[in-house]
Design a protein around this ligand. Structure first.
Ligand code: NAD
Ligand code: LMR
Length: 331
């Protein structure tokens, strides 16, 4: 029997990430090659004409899996009946800014859109916040949409996770798909902690720990970490625009693994509501290592945290607590 289409909302769909993301969704990159989709695209009035242009191109691309396209500037219409919401709408930072510098504009959007999602999305809708400051926008959406289950609200740190995989693969000159189980802890900001203590490489002789293969602790404990933390800024410097194709691809990876499951023995990083695991205060949206099965994520438990990592986990948690108060002062 033909599968029922899944309704996927993309906010900010006329922007740069939106333009890279919607064709990926329509091609089955997010939900698999057998899953039909209906795209709901939201933007604001100044972008309405560009949004209509994106809709025209989607029609012209004749994607077999794409069963319908809604392009609208009405948030209620956009949210109605959606099963998955990818929240990209907002303002990107420019060169020299930190992600929290876009706080006041962006958190108010998430407070307003929380209500529309809560009232009009399909029950059990899964929400992914991409717009920065991603963790804090997700927290605000959670707090202003109390009837959406907390487990259904997440933010994107998969881009940072993929960046960490990419850096290790380049350093060891191995294929990126042979690197697994890096972790991004904390905030999608320059305080995030990219951790390789539990990461390994698949070799022809079995799995080998990254720390055994890269003897240079100095590189792993400093340059690797800062490269991943600062990668967004490096891309802005090079492109004069923030990352878009890698962000869109990571958003697809995030939803794909959440809905369809992570591979056996492999975890990914997702920003989710802290339950106090690893001593991270509850009440923050914090990036943890997670595995996913049957549409549910679980935080990987029992990993050993050394003293160096402890300091880093706490620093990024402290920044998130500060962002939370700043966000409330902006609302
Ligand atoms: P962009 O400016 O190209 O596009 C953003 C779009 O959002 C625009 O079309 C704008 O009109 C629209 N928009 C603004 N307010 C809106 C609202 N209230 N409702 C719906 N749409 C609205 O920006 P972009 O490069 O696509 O980036 C989007 C966001 O994603 C930024 O906040 C950026 O910092 C963030 N980002 C996050 C990650 C991550 O890994 N979490 C990665 C890259 C970018
Ligand atoms: C990124 O990590 O590329 C995005 O969050 C954009 C930015 O502002 O760095």
């Amino acid at each position: 029997m033909a599968k029922e289409a899944v309704r996927v909302l993309v906010t900010g769909a006329a922007g740069q990430i939106g333009y890279a993301l919607v064709p990926m969704i329509a091609r089955g990159v997010m939900l698999g090659p057998e899953q039909p989709v209906v795209l709901h695209m939201l933007d604001i009035p100044p972008a309405a004409e560009a949004l209509n242009g994106v809709k025209m191109e989607l029609v012209d691309a004749a994607f077999p899996l794409l069963r319908g396209i809604l392009a609208t500037i009405d948030v209620v219409e956009a949210c109605t009946g959606v099963n998955i919401a990818v929240m990209v709408g907002g303002f990107p930072r420019k060169e020299g800014m930190e992600r929290k510098d876009v706080m006041s504009k962006n958190v108010s959007i998430y407070k307003a859109q929380a209500a529309a999602l809560e009232k009009h999305a399909a029950p059990n809708c899964k929400v992914l916040i991409v717009a920065n400051p991603a963790n804090t926008n997700a927290l605000i959406l959670k707090e202003f949409a109390p009837s959406i289950p907390t487990r259904n609200i997440s933010c994107l740190t998969r881009l940072d996770h993929n960046r960490a995989l990419g850096q290790i693969a380049e350093r060891l000159n191995v294929h990126v798909s042979d690197v697994k189980n890096v972790i991004i802890w904390g905030n999608h900001s320059s305080t995030q902690y990219p951790d390789v203590n539990h990461a390994s490489i698949l070799t022809k002789d079995g799995e080998k720990p990254v720390r055994g293969l890269i003897a240079d602790d100095k590189w792993l404990n400093s340059e690797f970490i800062t490269t991943v933390q600062q990668r967004g800024a490096a891309i802005i410097k090079a492109r004069k625009l923030s990352s878009a194709l890698s962000a869109a691809s990571a958003a697809c990876d995030h939803i794909h693994d959440w809905v369809l499951g992570t591979r056996q023995g492999t975890w990914v990083s997702m920003g989710v509501y802290s339950d106090g695991s690893y001593g991270v205060p509850a009440g923050l949206i914090y990036s943890f290592p997670v595995t996913c099965e049957k549409g549910e994520w679980s935080i990987v438990q029992g990993l050993k945290i050394d003293e160096f990592s402890r300091t880093k986990l706490d620093a990024t948690a402290n920044e998130l607590a500060e962002e939370k108060s700043l966000a409330y002062s902006c609302l």
